[in-house]
Write a protein that binds this ligand. Structure first.
Ligand SMILES: [Cu+2]
Length: 127
């Protein structure tokens, strides 16, 4: 029985490893193209994200970008959220998100452009 449990755990770890890929999501809001990628596969804990903004093929590097992730309240589990503001590094926006548990997380990606307009893109990720 113990061996069976060990074999099952090994299988689960292998499947998890094979599924482990960085995420990439593309969206468009008000004419802005938004690309959200993770540096690695998503994990419970800290995750580095890269956000690229462009309009008509031109990179937008003067926006203020932030990402909020949240999970609704569920039985036995409170509402959870985490927000970070991006820093511009080599023309791309970088930020770190801490996921406190596995599951589906909704996100709101907000970016304020030079014209003071705030744009919000919504989506979700799984881990
Ligand atoms: Cu949860």
């Amino acid at each position: 029985m113990k061996n069976l449990v060990k074999a099952f755990l090994a299988l689960m770890i292998t499947v998890g490893f094979l599924n482990a890929q960085p995420i990439e999501q593309n969206g468009n809001k008000n004419g802005y193209d938004v690309k959200l990628t993770s540096e690695k596969s998503l994990i419970v804990g800290n995750n580095d994200f890269i956000i690229e903004l462009s309009k008509d093929g031109m990179a937008i590097t003067d926006a203020k970008v932030k990402l909020k992730v949240f999970m609704p309240e569920m039985p036995g589990m409170p509402y959870m959220e985490f927000t970070d503001k991006a820093k511009l590094v080599d023309g791309k926006y970088k930020l770190m998100i801490n996921f406190s548990m596995a599951g589906t997380w909704q996100y709101q990606l907000k970016f304020k452009t030079a014209d003071n307009e705030v744009h919000t893109l919504r989506g979700s990720v799984n881990l």
